[in-house]
Design a protein around this ligand. Structure first.
Ligand code: SF4
Ligand code: SF4
Ligand code: SF4
Length: 309
């Protein structure tokens, strides 16, 4: 385990969109998952498009809107045009004051995300500290991309460490290594995604290439003994033999990962895409036989398959 050099830390704040307590799928034991807002990727299957924007924002669920127009006069920015379903909503003008959310009777408008301090997050985390210890759990930092807010993540992880709370991170692996490498010394576990082994296909499906990500995975796994690779398994994207074999080769020859966890694709939440003003795309979940075959391929490279579900 690397030791993190102590560095003076100025108190800082960051943006989160949720703290999920009592999670059992984000690592060992009972965990609280802190979702940091903001992600530089745009995976076409992303289940959390509300995590993309690094700032608080207003989601608009048009299917819940009755067109009562109560939201229109309270908006001081003129961001909502009156209309049948108040659907003409200017995100550029919106200052995220949330007045429209407060008066909306149907929940069609919802502010998501908040700027919080490290201490704000700790107040929630501390409530469950006894359960983390008893279950062998802890806190998982997720996103979005948690390393997109490196100082906030650093301080959160350091504070948990001081409290004796186990910490893990879920990351896309897309970050500047030099800026964040010390943070790995503050974490007890790392979950990092491989979405596709082909650089061009990776770019088509996520908006970024995979070379830096693969380099980072190799670096993390050599530094941190508790690194698990997660693979979102999607029929149209990556669930084919050639890709999984390439992954096995890479992991065997360039990393020391503890294991691989396959996460079969599930519903991408189309309503949330519309609510953030984006367009979603539906994919297919591979069947059980396909998933078993993918696991066999990876296991044949001497890599453990892990499953927290
Ligand atoms: S959050 Fe505020 S600025 Fe944005 S649309 Fe609603 S009332 Fe207008
Ligand atoms: S207040 Fe809510 S339901 Fe009424 S028009 Fe505005 S968004 Fe639609
Ligand atoms: S890296 Fe994760 S949060 Fe970011 S777009 Fe991809 S699936 Fe969504």
């Amino acid at each position: 385990m690397p030791s993190s050099k102590e560095r003076p830390m100025k108190p800082c704040s960051g943006t989160i969109f949720q703290i999920q307590r009592w999670s059992i799928h984000d690592g060992e034991g009972v965990r609280s998952t802190v979702f940091l807002k903001g992600c530089p990727l745009r995976c076409k299957w992303c289940a959390n498009p509300e995590s993309w924007n690094g700032n608080p924002e207003v989601l608009f669920f048009q299917e819940k809107c009755t067109g009562c127009n109560r939201c229109v006069p309270v908006c001081g920015e003129g961001a909502i045009d009156p209309g049948e379903t108040a659907g003409r909503f200017s995100r550029e003008r919106c200052s995220c004051c949330a007045r429209c959310c407060e008066v909306c009777p149907t929940g069609a408008r919802k502010r998501i995300g908040a700027k919080v301090t490290v201490e704000d997050v700790l107040q929630v985390i501390r409530r469950d500290a006894v359960f983390y210890r008893e279950s062998g759990g802890g806190v998982t930092f997720s996103g979005g991309e948690p390393f997109a807010q490196p100082e906030f993540l650093r301080q959160l992880a350091a504070a948990c460490r001081r409290l004796g709370i186990d910490t893990a991170v879920e990351t896309s692996g897309y970050f500047d290594w030099e800026q964040v490498k010390d943070i790995f010394g503050l974490l007890d576990g790392v979950f990092v995604d491989i979405k596709h082994m082909d650089d061009e296909r990776h770019r088509q499906m996520t908006g970024v290439g995979n070379r830096g990500i693969l380099e980072n995975i190799a670096r993390i796994s050599l530094l941190h003994p508790n690194t698990i690779v997660r693979v979102p398994l999607i029929e149209e994207v990556n669930a084919h033999e050639q890709n999984i074999r390439a992954m096995g080769e890479f992991l065997k020859n360039h990393t020391r990962v503890k294991g691989v966890e396959f996460l079969p694709y599930h519903d991408f939440g189309e309503a949330k895409y519309r609510a953030v003003g984006a367009q979603g795309q539906a994919f297919t979940t591979p069947d059980g036989a396909k998933i078993a075959a993918m696991k066999e391929i990876i296991a044949a490279y001497g890599i453990d398959i892990v499953d927290f579900k």
